[in-house]
Design a protein around this ligand. Structure first.
Ligand SMILES: [Zn+2]
Length: 292
């Protein structure tokens, strides 16, 4: 179904409508950034409530038309809290003091349910905590990192492991480096490890062989020791159920994330599935430290 984008939210439309020639849509009953009121959503939310869980999406990028106001509206319509962030690093939208300060100011000005939204960054350079201005770091509610950039590519730039041209000659040797990379990131002052146990497409079919229990235990133990949440992301196959179950048994905490590229809401089915399968309780969910 085609949905309304970059237009007035929460307007019930029953036919193709033009708003001043700037915005067109076809049959729809909600704005793109609002969760559709499906039975699956109602059941998932009822299940979460029955367990005493308050869900927060800590991985809402403000990009591709997504805004803090839309995130606030999504929270008010769904009861799933919205945490907003954007990428910080040398080749990323927030790349210096001015761009980061402007992002924080704008995002912190938006409220939902009479509270401002949690505001964070996703970090991409491994020296980010040495580069960031301490007074800006202090204004952040959370910092999210994934492990999906490692080493240097042929172009001399940080290698983005998700790109299709990434090849790995010796997966076992690479995996030893990758585990060390994971553990180094968990030593950074981050709050959430996004998309844990990610593997590049060229070796994704070796997950069980490469992510041995011993390796998984090292990642989980470090996250537990450092109080870092392990993310369960919509639409991602990572981490696999064996990792999640092991993490829960070792006392890890979990967070939920979307990782959107535009303002279209993503299906939260994977969160609800994890809640059921892992029998999550409030103490299993990461919670935001109190900050002003
Ligand atoms: Zn992200």
């Amino acid at each position: 179904m085609k949905r309304m984008k970059d237009c007035w939210p929460t307007i019930v439309l029953t036919a193709t409508v033009l708003f001043g020639g700037a915005c067109a849509t076809t049959l729809t009953d909600h704005a793109a950034w609002i969760y559709p009121h499906t039975d699956a959503l109602q059941q998932g939310m009822a299940g979460a409530r029955a367990r005493g869980l308050v869900l927060t999406d800590y991985h809402i990028h403000l990009r591709g038309g997504m805004t803090a106001r839309k995130a606030a509206e999504r929270q008010q319509q769904s009861g799933i809290r919205s945490g907003v962030l954007e990428n910080y690093g040398r080749e990323w939208p927030l790349h210096d003091k001015a761009s980061l300060a402007a992002f924080i100011d704008e995002a912190r000005s938006v409220q939902a349910d009479a509270r401002r939204l949690p505001v964070g960054i996703q970090v991409n350079d491994r020296d980010w905590y040495q580069q960031i201005e301490p007074e800006l770091f202090a204004q952040l509610d959370f910092v999210l990192a994934d492990t999906m950039i490692m080493g240097v590519g042929a172009d001399g730039k940080p290698r983005r492991l998700w790109l299709p041209d990434v090849t790995i000659d010796d997966p076992e040797a690479w995996m030893r480096d990758y585990l060390a990379h994971n553990l180094r990131i968990l030593d950074e002052p981050i709050s959430i490890l996004a998309n844990p146990t990610y593997l590049p497409p060229c070796i994704s079919n070796r997950y069980d062989q490469l992510w041995t229990e011993a390796r998984m235990r090292q990642v989980i133990a470090k996250a537990v020791e450092r109080g870092i949440a392990l993310e369960i992301q919509t639409g991602s196959p990572y981490p696999k159920p064996a990792f999640l179950a092991l993490a829960k048994s070792m006392g890890a905490t979990f967070s939920f994330g979307s990782n959107n590229h535009d303002d279209v809401v993503k299906d939260p089915a994977r969160w609800f599935e994890a809640i059921r399968q892992l029998d999550l309780k409030p103490e299993n969910l990461w919670s935001l430290p109190d900050r002003p």
